[in-house]
Design a protein around this ligand. Structure first.
Ligand SMILES: NC(=O)c1ccc[n+]([C@@H]2O[C@H](COP(=O)([O-])OP(=O)(O)OC[C@H]3O[C@@H](n4cnc5c(N)ncnc54)[C@H](O)[C@@H]3O)[C@@H](O)[C@H]2O)c1
Length: 440
């Protein structure tokens, strides 16, 4: 099938590439000429395991192309996927300008019937707005061409995006039009050969499903963070509690890890956007208000622990920081807890020496020429002469450090483990002081 992917970011690039991988003819559009130039030059602008080889393979086969040419992109696909960003507006609502722009671009140019699919995470009611925008543009040029609008929210995770897309838990499609449902069923067929995972529902339910999923996951994280902070005060060990409740199949183990708060480009903005929608319908979500408040506070918990141990004046102190990305296997730093932690430590006078396997270039872009932040070439090099080690992201390579060597490198032997990666007795046995999140 001929597919156009509008927006070539994390979701658009992965989705477009995976559709090409199973034999479709995919054209990816972006307004960012820099991204398209990188892709046309054989590179990939984001870090995502397995993606680069797949992009190369499909580009070489002629099934995957990249463009900034809107005319060509509208002409290409009978299926037009909208996968542009929906960043938070100042009031927390999702900024829909890019989605509506993409819809208008289609309406202004289409010459044959199109199935327009909202893949971006969009507030309930967006499909109606997209339909209205296209209809308005068609009417403005006196054209009458049939089109349908469907919702197909994306559930892939950054860091495992290709794997998630190739083997989805479910594909949610919101549509009330048989032609659109049949087309989407056909293009997703190759991704569910083992068993059917295609869920068809009405458009509004599909739009709400995406927000509900992220809100639920964020709720589990904030719940555990709040309990971890209580465990700290009670002298209980949250890791034991996690295992004790996760073993209940009604609860399960996923997303029960306490830490330094959730970040990234999705949970914070989606929780805020759902709240905004709920408020607009005079039905504020009380649970989610608490989830957000707990998360905002949690991003500072590690800094509070450093202050409790070293004092509030960190002038002259050096802090080694492991992990800048909001989670492992990505270079994404949007809403990353590391941003809050670096800024808070710097505000107290500390110098930070950071290491991240992938996200240091992105961090340089995010923090600019901040004098208080430098970057090390290895995890251990970051610790040389530092007053403490702060672990922020759970990259594999941080999971089993040589604690004796750490003790030798650090000026004062303090480890603040923001992801509960380590076994406290083991760390202490090496002569280090250990501070986790809700650990004994
Ligand atoms: N990143 C994730 O893990 C993830 C997962 C599921 C859903 N989502 C949702 O998918 C959507 C896209 O997220 P993302 O992380 O890929 O964003 P992104 O910022 O990485 O990519 C969006 C791209 O759209 C481009 N764009 C903007 N306006 C355009 C237009 N009119 N025409 C063509 N291109 C345009 C931007 O230049 C950018 O490259 C968001 O709604 C997000 O909430 C993201």
């Amino acid at each position: 099938m001929k597919i156009t992917m509008i927006g070539t970011g994390y979701v658009g690039l992965v989705t477009g590439t995976c559709f090409a991988e199973v034999g479709n003819d995919v054209l990816c559009l972006d307004v960012d000429a820099r991204k398209i130039a990188i892709l046309n030059g054989g590179g990939v602008p984001i870090h995502e395991p397995g993606l680069e080889a797949m992009v190369r393979r499909n580009a070489a086969a002629g099934r995957l192309r990249f463009t900034t040419d809107v005319d060509a992109s509208v002409a290409h696909g009978s299926l037009q996927f909208i996968a542009v960003g929906t960043p938070p507006d100042e009031d927390g609502s999702a900024d829909m300008q890019y989605v509506i722009q993409a819809a208008r671009n289609i309406g202004r140019r289409m010459q044959d019937p199109k199935i327009v699919v909202d893949k971006s995470t969009v507030p309930v009611g967006t499909a109606d707005r997209v339909r209205a925008a296209i209809a308005e543009e068609l009417a403005a040029r006196g054209a009458s061409i049939p089109f349908s609008v469907a919702s197909n929210p994306e559930f892939l995770k950054e860091g495992a995006a290709v794997e998630d897309f190739m083997r989805p838990d479910r594909v949610v499609v919101g549509a009330n039009d048989e032609r659109a449902i049949a087309a989407l069923r056909a293009i997703y067929g190759p991704f569910m050969r083992n068993h059917e995972r295609f869920l068809v529902m009405d458009v509004r339910s599909a739009e709400l499903t995406k927000y509900a999923a992220n809100a639920m996951l964020a709720t589990r994280i904030s719940f555990m963070n709040e309990l971890a902070n209580l465990a700290d005060r009670l002298g209980a060990d949250i890791e034991m509690v996690r295992q004790g409740i996760g073993s209940d199949p009604r609860i399960g183990y996923h997303f029960l890890y306490p830490g330094v708060g959730y970040g990234g480009s999705c949970f914070p903005k989606d929780v805020a956007a759902l709240q905004h929608t709920a408020n607009a319908f005079a039905h504020p979500l009380q649970v989610l208000a608490a989830v957000e408040a707990v998360n905002d506070a949690q991003k500072r918990v590690l800094v509070d622990k450093v202050v409790a141990r070293l004092g509030a004046d960190l002038a002259g102190r050096t802090i080694a920081l492991w992990g800048l990305a909001f989670k492992p296997n990505t270079d994404d730093m949007r809403e990353a807890p590391a941003r809050v932690i670096v800024d808070a430590l710097a505000a107290l006078g500390a110098r930070i020496v950071a290491y991240d396997p992938i996200a240091m270039d992105e961090a340089k872009r995010v923090f600019g020429d901040a004098a208080h932040l430098t970057f090390a070439t290895s995890p251990l090099a970051a610790c040389d002469g530092a007053d403490a080690l702060v672990v922020v992201t759970e990259w594999q390579e941080f999971r089993s450090p040589d604690f004796d060597e750490l003790k030798r490198r650090l000026k004062s032997p303090l480890v603040f483990d923001g992801r509960n990666l380590y076994n406290p007795p083991e760390v202490r046995a090496a002569g280090l002081e250990y501070f986790g999140i809700g650990r004994r």
